[in-house]
Design a protein around this ligand. Structure first.
Ligand code: PLP
Length: 383
């Protein structure tokens, strides 16, 4: 076994920052009260949640009452889309999204289609970018929500969300941004983004798994998707995950405080990976060359299966991803790459390397030493 894992899959999840764990521990041990209880222990829990909400306000440029804590990024997406769709049925049954969204958005729209909603899936260009003018053209008087991601989780392309939001605002159609992959690295100023709803997930920015954040602009009417107590101002029933909420907000705060130091280093590592890997014959960069997340290097290699690359890397203690979904034993090429117009054969050879704050130049060196040989070997086996 290799001595240490070289972890290059931060878009899948990130390790918990030890400082975040420290902030969470009291809420697992001494401060275990239920935030709905009126005695001191309960009030402490409620104070911790209130204080967490206050800490988000500066980063999102919003009011504390506009923040709802959920159980994950997928739940935030579901609540935003189903909650808005079901609450707006008097207006219409039309949704707009793109084909490169995460399944938390795509499958939610498909679910709603079973109940009479219609979805327009806007085209994307070869970099995976939505044209804001297409959003404007697709909006009808029946449209109840536009949902477009901030940055794509497979190829890292950043969408022109502020411009899309401007168009939605002018046409009085609510706009949801799935910012799960952008959280911790791109600006989350909801006013500048013209967002009405915005989803985040703590485990993508060194926070705990199982905690999501949903920004809901004041005045948006949302039908809750969990029935029960009146927690989160009636938007999300269930006893609050106090430790998780404290951890999520601590992680978000640290991410933005440290971004000026962390980001240039990660961009340099990413660019070195991309430049070197593109010298391998039959390799292509996927996603936008400049408008991309700082930490995502995504490529396709002709004549190899991405999964075979992953298995070979794993033997050497390197964790990476293809970005594609594995369904019932067969490995389908990524819906994102196909929507961007890549041929199926090329899309099969995808590799996504996503950097984090603990990665070093030595990690990148190791990757660059081993990957060309792995690809050559796999191509040899095929041909
Ligand atoms: N949206 C995007 C863009 C994602 O990348 C992910 C997770 O990979 C999700 C939503 C779902 O988040 P979670 O894993 O917290 O449910």
């Amino acid at each position: 076994m290799p001595e240490r894992t070289i972890y290059l899959d931060h878009a899948a999840t990130t390790p918990l920052d030890p400082r975040v764990l420290d902030a969470m521990i009291p809420y697992f041990t001494t401060e275990y009260g239920n935030a709905s209880s009126i005695y001191t222990l309960g009030r402490h829990a409620m104070q911790a949640i209130d204080s967490a909400r206050e800490q988000v306000v500066d980063i999102l440029n919003c009011r504390p009452t506009e923040i709802a804590f959920t159980g994950c990024g997928s739940e935030s997406d579901n609540l935003a889309i189903k909650g808005m769709a079901y609450a707006s049925q008097k207006k219409g049954h039309h949704l707009i999204t793109s084909p490169i969204e995460h399944h938390a958005v795509l499958h939610t729209c498909q679910y709603l289609e079973r109940f009479g909603f219609k979805t327009t899936y806007l085209p994307v260009d070869s970099y995976g970018r939505v044209d804001p003018d297409d959003v404007g053209r697709a909006i009808t008087d029946q449209t109840v929500l536009v949902s477009i991601m901030y940055a794509n989780n497979e190829v890292g392309t950043i969408e022109p969300v502020a411009e899309i939001g401007r168009i939605c605002r002018a046409k009085k159609v609510p706009f949801h941004i799935d910012a799960v992959q952008a959280g911790g690295s791109l600006s989350l100023d909801v006013a500048a983004l013209n967002a009405d709803l915005l989803s985040l997930s703590a485990h993508k920015f060194y926070g705990p798994k199982g905690v999501g954040i949903l920004y809901v602009r004041q005045g948006m009417r949302l039908l809750p998707q969990l029935q029960g107590g009146s927690q989160e101002r009636g938007r999300r029933a269930g006893t609050e995950n106090v430790a998780g909420i404290v951890g999520a907000v601590t992680a978000l705060r640290l991410a933005y405080e440290e971004l000026p130091q962390v980001e240039p280093r990660i961009i340099a590592l990413r660019d070195r990976l991309i430049a070197s890997l593109l010298t391998i014959p039959g390799s292509y960069l996927t996603g936008h060359p400049t408008e991309r997340l700082p930490n995502i290097a995504s490529l396709c290699f002709e004549g190899v299966e991405g999964e075979s690359i992953l298995l070979n890397l794993d033997l050497l203690g390197i964790a990476a991803s293809t970005g594609s979904a594995c369904t019932s034993g067969s490995v389908d090429p990524s819906h994102v790459l196909l929507a961007m117009g890549l041929p199926v054969e090329v899309a099969h050879g995808s590799l996504r390397l996503t950097l984090g704050k603990a990665n070093t130049d030595a990690d990148v060196d190791t990757m660059l030493e081993v990957l060309p040989g792995i690809i050559e070997k796999l191509r040899g086996l095929r041909g």
